[in-house]
Design a protein around this ligand. Structure first.
Ligand code: 6PG
Length: 246
């Protein structure tokens, strides 16, 4: 894997704007190259402002009719629940764009976790026309970083960190809500590009561990992210404050 590209901004606002700029740029390249942009969204709170900017300030910079939206993880709650990653993306971005229903590939958090995981794997096979054992190649997978070093819904100590066959798994995590769905490392690491968005002093120790700590993915799950393609970390100075000078 090539060295991660670190983009360090002064503050969260600059981070949100730069992330939107990067996404808008990547969409153009993907759509020109293969006619669509497969965009895997992250949940949590950090990406919300970037999603809003994409649907407003950067709206005209993206050929939205060619964008296919997916999620890298989801909470096992209904799509209108405040904890739903789909609900956050819909509120901040999707609802502001004139999208066709076939552009939005939601993980069905309202279904039984095992069924929803299997159904999403079928959705991935269908959209990416996968043969048995193949993994999708997303143009961009966005990820966040938890202060306990998790990413997507791969939490410390979870066997899913070492999954090599499944594409989507149902997990129980030490956070609310506990039942979640998550991409596995083979899907994440097959992406053309993975982009972490991390903001705030509260994440500085986690960023340090992932980028400069001893290799221990069970303890630091985000270390398992090592894509064949490009790995970009977009950080603000606070989140990057414990990193060694580069
Ligand atoms: C989720 C996310 C999760 C998130 C991190 C960071 O479902 O919560 O996928 O991996 O990205 O927990 O969350 P914040 O951006 O809220 O700090």
């Amino acid at each position: 894997m090539p060295e991660p590209k670190l983009i360090i901004l002064n503050d969260a606002q600059e981070l949100y704007v730069r992330a939107a700029e990067e996404v808008a740029h990547i969409t153009g390249e993907a759509i020109c190259t293969h006619g669509e942009f497969t965009f895997c969204l992250s949940g949590g709170s950090t990406p919300a402002a970037t999603y809003d900017l994409l649907a407003t300030r950067f709206r005209l910079s993206v050929d939205w009719k060619e964008v296919q939206f997916f999620w890298g993880d989801e909470r096992c709650v209904p799509p209108d629940n405040a904890e739903s990653n789909y609900a956050m993306a819909n509120r901040t971005m999707l609802s502001k764009l004139a999208l066709r229903s076939d552009q939005v590939h939601r993980m069905r958090g309202e279904d039984s976790p095992a069924d929803a995981a299997t159904a999403y794997e079928d959705e991935l096979r269908k959209h990416f026309k996968l043969d048995s054992g193949e993994f999708p190649r997303f143009d961009l997978i966005m990820l966040g970083l938890g202060d306990n070093r998790h990413t997507a819904s791969l939490f410390p100590g979870d066997p899913a960190i070492h999954e090599t066959q499944r594409m989507v798994v149902a997990v129980e995590v030490s956070a609310e809500p506990p039942k979640r769905l998550s991409f596995t490392p083979p899907v994440i690491n097959n992406a053309q590009r993975v982009m972490f968005l991390v903001s705030g002093q509260g994440k500085a120790a986690a960023v340090k561990d992932i980028l400069e700590g001893p290799r221990d993915p069970d303890k630091f799950p985000a270390q398992i992210v090592a894509p064949q393609g490009e790995l970009i970390w977009i950080l603000d100075k606070a989140a990057a404050s414990l990193l060694s000078p580069r």
